[in-house]
Write a protein that binds this ligand. Structure first.
Ligand code: THU
Length: 137
């Protein structure tokens, strides 16, 4: 799966975003190490704080289906489906990635122009806290 292919799946997914409050549609496409793709969208809530980001929706769909090994995630986002800028993952989503992914997990940000950026998780979440810090469970 190419970066561009994964971005296309994220864009397609974003059409299902539930965003009556912000109007920002976000789509994510999460690639497993075995080559499967799980998509996700942001799902907002009238009470605001229960809102779930697109990236976490994708992760929770995948993990709930038994997936635990991930290669990359593509993300697009913008007001009313206008992806003119990159839309980087929030801190909470980065922490969820940290739970399941290694330092070299790829985060691909796409925009309508066709340009994209690729980061490793370690670049977006340095000196992070993760599962290995919890030893006595
Ligand atoms: N959002 C995401 O889906 N992913 C992020 O990483 C950042 C923010 C969503 C949440 C909310 O529905 C909208 O974008 C505006 O914050």
């Amino acid at each position: 799966m190419t970066e561009t292919g994964l971005i296309a799946l994220a864009k397609k997914a974003s059409e299902s975003a539930y965003v009556p409050y912000s109007g920002y549609t976000v789509g994510a496409a999460l690639l497993t190490k075995s080559g499967k793709v799980y998509t996700g969208v942001n799902i907002e809530n009238a009470s605001y704080t229960p809102t779930c980001c697109a990236e976490r929706t994708a992760f929770f769909k995948a993990v709930s289906e038994g997936e635990k090994e991930f290669e990359a995630i593509a993300v697009v986002g913008g007001k009313k489906g206008d992806f003119k800028d990159y839309f980087p993952p929030c801190g909470v989503c980065r922490q969820v990635m940290r739970e399941f992914c290694g330092d070299d997990f790829k985060i691909i940000l796409g925009k309508d122009s066709g340009e994209f950026m690729v980061y490793n998780l370690i670049e977006l979440l340095p000196e992070s806290f993760g599962p290995e810090f919890i030893k006595n469970v």
